[in-house]
Write a protein of this length. Structure first.
Length: 202
């Protein structure tokens, strides 16, 4: 289907005068729709209706759905990492801190609104056809691995970089199992594996 605004306004940079609050509101609305219904099922017209602004202005802020989706993923990345950091920030024991992200996952998997990993879903739907989306997904996964590596280093394990990479695999694996198999205990299984890894690395 041709782009409804395939004219000079579409494809240009973000609207300089767009207030930050309005942009944040649009991203929040789109994020909820993408997460609940999938990327392909949600049109820019639906986002316009839910956000309550003209379609032309929406396209000025986000010239393509790919750009809007990337902004949603950046928001998710910030929200998720902040939540994990707040969760582990209340834990004093260094080893228990490393396991904190898996406790975060366990809580998340048991929430009624859990629909799986938004990053895996976006990558699966858009793939290589949307480089800006792929970049956002890779940035999030890299940041998550760095966070786990920092926690491992504070726990004084041998080779924290390797341990952090292995923890990231367990973290993402738990999300995949919870998403695809509906196993709400996936985070608990990953946590036990993570504890065994830490014991062997300590």
């Amino acid at each position: 289907m041709p782009d409804p605004l395939a004219d000079s306004e579409v494809g240009q940079a973000d609207e300089p005068s767009a207030p930050d609050e309005l942009r944040a509101d649009v991203v929040a609305v789109a994020d909820e729709l993408f997460y609940a219904h999938g990327v392909h099922a949600v049109t820019m017209q639906r986002i316009r209706d839910e956000a309550g602004l003209p379609l032309r202005r929406l396209y000025r802020m986000f010239p393509s759905k790919d750009m809007l989706l990337a902004a949603c993923l950046e928001r998710r990345d910030q929200v998720a990492r902040t939540a994990i950091e707040q969760r582990v920030g209340t834990i004093e024991d260094p080893l228990a801190k490393v396991l904190g992200p898996f406790d975060f996952l366990d809580d998340w998997f048991r929430q009624p609104g859990f629909h799986g990993c938004v990053f895996a879903g976006a990558f699966g739907e858009m793939g290589a056809a949307a480089p800006i989306v792929v970049t956002a997904v890779h940035r999030h996964k890299r940041a998550l691995r760095e966070l786990l590596t920092e926690l491992a280093a504070k726990a004084d394990v041998a080779d924290p970089a390797a341990v952090g990479a292995q923890l990231a695999v367990l973290f993402d694996g738990a999300m995949a199992i919870a998403t695809l198999a509906g196993d709400t205990d996936a985070a608990l299984h990953a946590r036990r594996a993570a504890r065994a890894l830490l014991d062997s690395a300590g």
